[in-house]
Ligand binder design. Structure first.
Ligand SMILES: Nc1ncnc2c1ncn2[C@@H]1O[C@H](COP(=O)(O)OP(=O)(O)OP(=O)(O)O)[C@@H](O)[C@H]1O
Length: 575
């Protein structure tokens, strides 16, 4: 199983180069106070101008080199951060493409979005902050202390003491802040979830005047997030002045004891200056390091959340049969299919058996919640059956690669979903290389051409995300055109004509008849009028087949069908 840390391993050589250059940059930074001390001790105090010029030139060169290295490190690390985030995001996206609906439910849509966006960014950013801000801290501390001990052991001990005091305070704070950091992304999940719901459901919220209620829910989630952030920031805000007090305390001690030692002739003025700079550099780098260190558990939590996605073994696995052979077998067969949703107490479908030949229309009708859409979803293998099997040309669909299976199907879902883009792009979604003529033909069959021509920019008119700038019937017709353009072997219309008026419904079915001659059609419907001329009608009741046959047969033999018909048809139509 691939994990987040494996993506970091791909950048081993970049990290090695960054570590090496960070080491050189830190040494360069430390070398400057050493040179300054030499200038003061041997140049300024002795009036040796040529020494000042010589060492000054070395100092200038060191500064330029260190600056150059810093620019390189910043550029390389930003580059690596962006690439790491890209790699992780791509892997998450690829993995998610294999998920069944159940697999999606294990994480939840809102959390999935937070993980694929802000969690990934945070991992990339923290990796880089780790290299350019945290890594120099120990190098600076060890290098700085070595140089300090070489100059004067007593003053070096002052630096050690300030470091220890600072680290104890940082440790105590870390214990409080780190758990708060771990909470941040979880709180972000709930904000994302609520925002998503309120944006998608904005019309219902307004229609029911529930803005206040929704606002209170969003406010509660945002306040929880803000509270957490405020507590973190308060801690960090305290850390900085404390660190400055410790640094300045250390510098005062160095000046005081250094002054006494310089007076006694044990050390020189330049060395005291160098010690002050070492103390300052070590502690500043330690403060930055500690702050970044506190971010690491948050990034770790993000990595664990992404690992959770990458670790999910997709419930639905591809089979190895590439193409079922067409023979004597029915095009579509359901054999004693039983299905139960996860966490449901009872099966939604029990012992469903029927078959359909190429060129036939099989309609499914039944009460709300009787399992009609579930049958459609099972053909597409969005879920796995628990008992029996579904066959295409005699081959169990579990033996087919999902791509092969779904390439055969033109699916019009119950909830029509369109993508942001143009009308033409939305129809072309069914067939990538469709020509304009094919697009227009599909739209004509779907009875969409007329309304498209009435739009401002016709086939180039803009469709908003989810198709929100179109009416229900217009969306439905575009979704039908998107399925028709595929010229598939199977059509699944899941209650796809419900938003159409009777006249358009009839015209569309007439046009479809000619278009789908050799295809197998499964048509879920609520209206008897829509399915009356189907080759076979399956009547579902509580997930079981209550009757199967043509309209006239069912009107005689199936009580459930008769009841549905009686509720929808006039007496003369019933007769
Ligand atoms: N993803 C799911 N998880 C759990 N239960 C589900 C899920 N989808 C549907 N169900 C349940 O399965 C039953 C059948 O749902 P299905 O959508 O197949 O009914 P339907 O006959 O198409 O209904 P309708 O005509 O109202 O669309 C319902 O009781 C529903 O609550």
């Amino acid at each position: 199983m691939i994990r987040v840390k494996d993506f970091l391993k791909n950048y081993k050589s970049t990290f090695a180069a960054l570590i090496l250059f960070t080491f050189l940059q830190t040494l360069g930074t430390l070398y400057i106070p050493t040179l300054k001390a030499a200038i003061v001790n041997n140049g300024v105090l002795r009036g040796n101008i040529s020494y000042i010029a010589k060492v000054g030139a070395i100092m200038l060169l060191t500064s330029v080199l260190t600056g150059g290295i810093t620019v390189w490190i910043t550029r390389m690390s930003a580059d690596a951060s962006a690439r790491i985030s890209r790699d992780i995001r791509q892997a998450v996206f690829e993995k998610v493409q294999l998920f069944s609906v159940n697999d999606f439910n294990k994480i939840g849509t809102a959390s999935m979005i937070t993980r694929a966006t802000s969690d990934v960014t945070l991992i990339g950013d923290t990796t880089i902050m780790f290299i350019i801000m945290l890594l120099p801290a120990p190098i600076m501390a060890i290098g700085g202390l070595c140089l300090a001990f070489l100059k004067d052991k007593v003053l070096a001990m002052i630096i050690v003491t300030t470091m220890i005091i600072f680290l104890i305070i940082a440790l105590l704070m870390g214990k409080k802040v780190i758990p708060l950091f771990k909470q941040v992304q979880i709180k972000m999940d709930s904000i994302n979830g609520l925002f998503r719901e309120t944006v998608i459901g904005v019309r219902v919220i307004r229609a029911f005047n529930r803005e206040k209620y929704e606002k209170s829910r969003v406010d509660a989630a945002s306040s929880a997030y803000a509270e957490n952030a405020v507590r973190i920031n308060k801690m960090i805000a305290i850390l900085e002045p404390i660190a400055m007090i410790i640094i300045n305390g250390g510098i005062i001690c160095i000046l005081w004891i250094g002054g006494i030692r310089a007076g006694a002739g044990v050390m020189q003025i330049g060395d005291i200056m160098a010690m002050i700079e070492y103390c300052f550099l070590i502690l500043i780098f330690l403060i930055i390091g500690v702050m970044i260190f506190m971010y690491i558990p948050r990034a770790q939590a993000c990595a664990e959340r992404i690992d959770e996605i990458l670790a999910i073994n997709p419930e639905i696995i591809d089979g190895a049969v590439i193409e079922p052979e067409k023979g004597e077998n029915a095009h579509l067969q359901f054999e004693h299919v039983t299905f139960q949703y996860p966490n449901a107490e009872e099966p939604i479908l029990s012992d469903i058996t029927f078959q359909s030949k190429a060129g036939e229309i099989t309609a499914i009708i039944g009460g709300t919640g009787s399992g009609k859409s579930t049958i459609a979803n099972l053909i597409l293998r969005f879920f796995e059956v628990q008992g029996g099997c579904i066959k295409i040309d005699g081959v169990d669909i579990r033996k087919l690669p999902q791509k092969v299976l779904r390439n055969k199907v033109g699916y019009v879902p119950q909830k029509n979903f369109l993508f942001s883009g143009t009308v033409a792009e939305n129809i072309r979604y069914g067939m990538e290389d469709a020509t304009q003529a094919q697009i227009e033909h599909a739209a004509q069959v779907a009875q969409a051409h007329y309304f498209i021509m009435g739009l401002d920019q016709q086939y180039e008119s803009y469709v908003a995300q989810g198709g929100n700038n179109l009416s229900g019937g217009q969306k439905q017709r575009l979704a039908i055109a998107r399925a028709i353009i595929r010229k598939p072997e199977f059509y699944i219309f899941d209650d796809s004509f419900s938003a159409l008026d009777f006249k358009t419904d009839a015209k569309l079915r007439q046009a479809l008849r000619n278009e789908i001659k050799n295809a197998t059609v499964v048509m879920v419907a609520q209206r008897i009028n829509t399915i009356m001329d189907a080759d076979q009608i399956i009547v579902l009741e509580d997930g079981k087949i209550a009757g199967i046959g043509k309209h006239k047969e069912l009107m005689k033999s199936c009580e459930v069908y008769k009841q549905i018909a009686a509720s929808q048809l006039r007496e003369d139509e019933m007769a």
